[in-house]
Design a protein around this ligand. Structure first.
Ligand code: GAR
Length: 187
């Protein structure tokens, strides 16, 4: 199985969906490491409880290059071949992206190329959109700009808030991400 490293910053529900999918015998990947820029990220506790190795490095009080070298070292020590960003809320440097060129994917809560960046659900509602969704894409130097590998759509209801829409999209994220990661690895 190909060894995947997952970067998180918080809850880690997409990470958990990937770990659970990896338990199927036919899944082409295994989760070798969950790493976080937030030592208190709730997802790290879930990973530990579920037998997945974890690593945390705060970027505070050190240079960005030093922070990223620590993350990079932990991923390489774990034999990681592909990186999946799952609610990792920090920009990777051009250097880091170049070192892992074509081997980092991300899930983003919008139908890219719409709504790159933050507050995607509030922006979709404010625009009067009737559909929202999520995208899995290759990570490049351009924020949320790499090739889209897969998308899922959900309706936007008249009474939706950003929170209710986020919850509906998140359910689709949990289905989409394991499927697209497996396809990416089998490609
Ligand atoms: C997810 O909705 C993910 O798509 C989004 O953050 C949430 C993380 O939830 N990612 C981004 O906005 C990336 N810029 P999770 O920690 O429960 O997976």
């Amino acid at each position: 199985k190909r060894r995947v490293g997952i970067l998180i910053s918080g809850r880690g529900s997409n990470m958990a969906a990937l770990v659970e999918a990896a338990q199927a015998p036919e899944c082409p990947y295994a989760v070798a490491l969950v790493a976080s820029d937030k030592p208190d990220a709730p997802g790290l506790g879930w990973a530990t409880d579920n037998g997945v190795a974890t690593f945390a490095q705060s970027p505070k009080r050190i240079a960005k290059a030093e922070y990223e070298a620590a993350i990079d070292g932990a991923l390489r020590d774990a034999g990681v071949e592909v990186i999946a960003l799952a609610g990792y809320m920090r920009l990777l440097s051009d250097d880091f992206v170049a070192r892992w060129r074509g081997r980092i994917i991300n899930i983003h809560p919008s139908l890219l190329p719409k709504y790159k960046g933050l507050d995607t659900h509030a922006r979709a509602i404010a625009a009067g959109d009737r559909v929202a969704g999520c995208s899995v894409h290759i990570v490049t130097e351009e924020l949320d700009g790499g090739a889209v590998l897969g998308q899922a759509e959900v309706p936007i209801n008249a009474d939706d808030t950003a929170e209710s829409l986020a919850a509906r999209v998140l359910m689709e994220e949990h289905r989409l991400y394991p499927k697209v990661l497996a396809e990416f690895i089998n490609r």
